[in-house]
Design a protein around this ligand. Structure first.
Ligand code: SF4
Length: 349
């Protein structure tokens, strides 16, 4: 049943036992609208006997994606509002996104850039566009960090990645290069010596932000791929999306964050799902999200705590939306402990 190459068409999904023949027509309609790819590692991880398998829900198209709600938008986090040149998003003063490629090894059904990625998406930056993007970074001395995202930058060949790193290494004011990727989990075999060598550049500190949403994604192969990156000197952090039916329960979230920490990947962001088109079946309310995140406090180590964030629609950036432990109370403060008990600070007498 395990695929040896990515599954990209509804017929291939049916052949692999991931959709039933009677579902084919509905899934074909979704595949005409949004990109589909499931890597062999992820196809092999799906439990075909579980109709709600959390890995399948992330990658197998669902006819619910054809329902778009009024608040959903093609560019949910407002990349375009902050794109001075093609491929660059400059939303915050000291950092830019460099979107070199809009291809991914898998296509997540809840993707926030689903209108931009895939075979019909924005593709790979042309050499001329790359020149302009690097010129922009070089001209803006306030850019301290360059974040390669897309798409998944680690689908680029080691030769292309090395070229990018060499060009960045020539820009003195850039100190940090960060890659946002799903590759160590969904295609761990790609993380080989050549790829790791390509991520290095003299004078730059390299971070890899790993996107995973369910603890089962941290397979032994994925953990080994992360170990290869980390042992080479790269720092790893995590990012996950809070998703209904995938990780919206305290046990799964706790297991996911612990799996990251066990893998030496520091939990970083837990994203509230964005208003991407056709994704309302994945969204939970902010109140539900805050309650889940509050439940992690005290239950799991401080090392395991992610920051719960919302990308404000329209391109206004990220806001921390996790539960507050403290509130003002007539000249002093009331602080909640992890069991929900309240205490006045400073304590009286
Ligand atoms: S890997 Fe990232 S950019 Fe690619 S489909 Fe998934 S969420 Fe979207």
């Amino acid at each position: 049943m395990n695929a040896i190459r990515p599954l990209r068409t509804p017929a291939e999904l049916a052949e692999a036992g991931l959709i039933a023949p009677e579902e084919l027509a509905g899934i074909e309609a979704v595949a005409e609208r949004y990109a589909v790819a499931i890597s062999p590692a992820m196809a092999g991880l799906i439990d075909r006997s579980d109709p709600n398998d959390p890995i399948a829900r992330q990658f197998v198209p669902d006819p619910a994606e054809l329902t778009t709600t009024p608040e959903e938008r093609d560019d949910p986090i407002g990349d375009l509002a902050h794109s001075p040149v093609e491929g660059i998003v400059h939303r915050y003063p000291d950092r830019v996104l460099l979107k070199a490629v809009h291809v991914c090894p898998v296509y997540c059904r809840f993707c926030f850039r689903r209108e931009m990625v895939g075979p019909q998406g924005l593709g790979t930056l042309s050499p001329e566009a790359m020149d302009k993007a690097f010129a922009y970074i070089a001209d803006h001395l306030e850019i301290w960090e360059v974040i390669l995202t897309g798409g998944d930058p680690l689908v680029l060949s080691p030769r292309r990645l090395a070229e990018i790193m060499q060009r960045l290494s020539a820009i003195d004011h850039v100190k940090i290069v960060r890659f946002h990727t799903r590759v160590p989990v969904v295609e761990p075999e790609r993380v080989d010596e050549a790829l790791i060598a390509a991520l290095k550049a003299s004078g730059k500190t390299v971070y890899v932000a790993l996107h995973a949403n369910h603890p089962r994604e941290l397979t032994p192969e994925a953990r080994a791929a992360c170990a290869r990156l980390i042992d080479s000197g790269i720092v790893m952090i995590s990012q996950s999306v809070l998703l209904r039916g995938i990780n919206d329960d305290p046990d799964t979230l706790a297991a996911l964050m612990r799996a990251f920490v066990e893998t030496r990947v520091k939990p970083y962001y837990l994203h509230h799902p964005d208003l991407a088109p056709g994704t309302s079946h994945f969204r939970l309310s902010i109140e539900e999200g805050r309650a889940l995140v509050a439940g992690l406090r005290g239950r799991i180590s401080g090392l395991c705590q992610p920051t719960y964030i919302l990308d404000i629609p329209g391109g206004h950036g990220k806001a921390v939306i996790g539960p507050d432990a403290i509130r003002e109370n007539g000249g002093c403060h009331t602080v909640a402990d992890f069991r929900g008990g309240e205490h006045v600070y400073p304590p009286e007498g």
